[in-house]
Ligand binder design. Structure first.
Ligand code: NOJ
Length: 551
């Protein structure tokens, strides 16, 4: 297992919206460099940057036109190099977003691939890229179960799509070809696609990247079985390449099936995404339940941690010595948790996520409780995701239209227009700011803020080996309507997100702390607390909205 992951905490940056240093209304690499100290100071020592490659941006950069070139709107490859150097000086790691399954329709590979493969005399006229994408040999008909498109190129045939219309699927072959235009994943041409993708990986790893978040990692081989056996074999080759050539490099998959992604495909980490029906989903936003909101971290919810544990524990047990499950505060595809949880609820939710086993990811702005903005017009293919992608709010809101500005809570200088994100005119911003929303400045100034809670939990996480990604994890008490108690190494954590006081037999906690005497000095053992716990007549009494760490 790559050792730096044990103490890694990632911060996800959507580069469009993080920090604009050249006043064009959109974030840039220099903006990230200038905020490295902020990120490190918060307690994150690794960064995932969403695609920063040249692109027509019909899907926010997940439609890559040139895998080896930074999009001019973010800067240059020289800026990328500087970022890697600056991060490394601070002992920080940067991973990029690898989009292996599709390119933009404007990628030169695709333009070449769309050229006729038979000349006017009926002779074969294939070029190097003819088989880089998945082409049928008909112009009308269907590619069973797959989206496809015709009428776009001079080539006789239709091509398969991976996501939006602008994203043709790269050819990694089929598990079991059934038509003559389908290739096997073991054929030479799909093999060349993989080589090309590994070449992209080497390019950025050589420049200083520490690895990749991998987009739609399970989607490479078409008509693969439920276990994604063929796709896994492909990732295994990639993992072997990394182990041999870049042993410190890591990959985290957008898969949300750790048993397959980690055990099967050889990923170092797999995201636990908010898929309907999974355990993580019940913690922050419960899309499942109709009517009543059962989100575990809501103070008026039913306190049923079992729905999380029954899903999580087998995944954790099944992968624990091989890789890490990654909890996210949210990501660029998901409504921010602040849509369902208020600040007091978020504090307990994030404190819990950041102390569970595995490698956690914090989405930019979640540390200050940035809001999900409802009903924003779609931007760069964002649709409902757009509300999660608004500019980072560094400074309190100052109304730049009134003379001298009106500094918001926490005080800000009159120069802080656009809440410190950009000096562009507000109507030129990538997306609007949220004047009513929180700011870094206000959150840093208030001792009991979400920001200061996250920072303190991360400080403890880095100081205590017991909170390393791979340190022991054991559920001490995981029942409905009871405090949730778990052990990490030598630390025992008691959680009660609800607005109700809860109690349980004190012996459960005392045993977990490995002490037989009943009068344990809880105060002496407390490393962190919000809310309180007490032992009254053999009962452990846990206050409403409580998160306590004991040694
Ligand atoms: C998943 C990415 O997270 C999302 O933003 C993107 O639109 C799709 N994959 C397609 O690449």
């Amino acid at each position: 297992m790559v050792s730096w992951l044990k103490d890694a905490v990632f911060y996800e940056i959507y580069p469009q919206s993080f920090n604009d240093t050249n006043g064009d209304g959109i974030g840039d690499i220099q903006g990230i460099i200038e905020k490295l100290d902020y990120i490190k100071d918060l307690g994150a020592n690794a960064i995932w940057i969403n695609p920063w490659y040249d692109s027509p941006f019909k899907d926010a950069g997940y439609d890559v036109r040139n895998y080896k070139l930074v999009a001019p709107r973010y800067g240059t490859n020289e800026d990328a190099k500087r970022l890697f150097v600056e991060a490394s000086k601070r002992d920080m790691h940067i991973i990029l977003d690898l989009v292996p399954g599709h390119t933009s329709e404007e990628h030169p590979w695709f333009i070449e691939s769309g050229k006729p493969i038979v000349d006017a005399d009926g002779n074969e006229a294939k070029n190097e890229f003819s088989d880089r994408y998945i082409w049928s040999d008909f112009w009308l008909g269907s590619i069973a179960g797959h989206p496809y498109i015709g009428g776009e190129c001079d080539r006789n045939g239709t091509y398969m799509l991976n996501f939006f219309k602008c994203q043709p699927a790269l050819n990694y072959g089929f598990a079991e070809p059934k038509e003559k235009w389908q290739m096997s994943y073991q054929d030479e041409e799909p093999g060349k696609t993989l080589e090309a993708m590994m070449d992209v990986m080497r390019f950025w790893l050589d420049m200083g990247a520490s690895g990749f978040r991998v987009d739609m990692a399970d989607s490479l081989v078409k008509d693969d079985d439920d276990k994604k056996s063929c796709t896994s074999k492909i990732w295994h080759k990639v993992r072997e390449m990394l182990d041999a050539e870049y042993p410190e490099a890591v990959m985290v998959s957008e898969w949300s099936n750790p048993l397959l992604a980690i055990n099967g495909a050889g990923y170092h980490m797999d995201f636990y995404l908010n898929h309907i029906g999974n355990g993580y989903n019940t913690l922050l936003r419960d899309h499942e339940s109709e009517g009543e909101d059962r989100t575990y971290f809501k103070k008026n919810a039913d306190g049923d941690i079992t729905r999380f544990l029954t899903d999580f524990i087998p995944k954790y047990e099944g992968t624990k010595d091989k890789g890490y499950i990654s909890f996210l505060t949210c990501n660029h595809d998901t409504p921010r948790a602040s849509r369902t949880l208020d600040e007091s609820e978020l504090k307990i939710a994030y404190a819990t996520l950041l102390t569970l086993p595995g490698v956690p990811f914090i989405y930019y702005g979640d540390e200050i409780g940035m809001r999900y903005i409802e009903n924003l017009p779609t931007k760069e293919g964002g649709y409902t995701r757009t509300g999660t992608r608004t500019p980072m709010q560094w400074e309190a809101y100052a109304d730049s239209s009134s003379e001298g500005g009106t500094a918001g809570v926490g005080g800000s200088s009159a120069g802080d227009i656009n809440m410190g994100f950009s000096t562009a005119a507000p109507d030129r911003l990538y997306l609007p700011i949220d004047p009513e929303g929180p700011s870094v400045r206000e959150q840093q100034a208030r001792p009991d803020s979400l920001y200061n809670t996250v920072k303190e939990i991360l400080r403890i996480r880095h100081a205590e080996k017991s909170l390393n990604a791979d340190a022991d994890f054991e559920v001490i008490l995981g029942e409905k309507d009871k405090p949730f108690i778990y052990r990490r190494g030598e630390i025992v954590i008691v959680v009660n997100p609800s607005e109700r006081e809860m109690s349980f037999e004190a012996n459960v906690l005392i045993d977990a702390l490995s002490r037989s005497e009943k009068t344990i000095g809880l105060d002496d053992r407390t490393i962190y607390k919000t809310g309180s716990i007490d032992i009254i007549e053999d009962r452990l009494v846990v206050s409403p909205q409580c998160f306590v760490m004991l040694r």
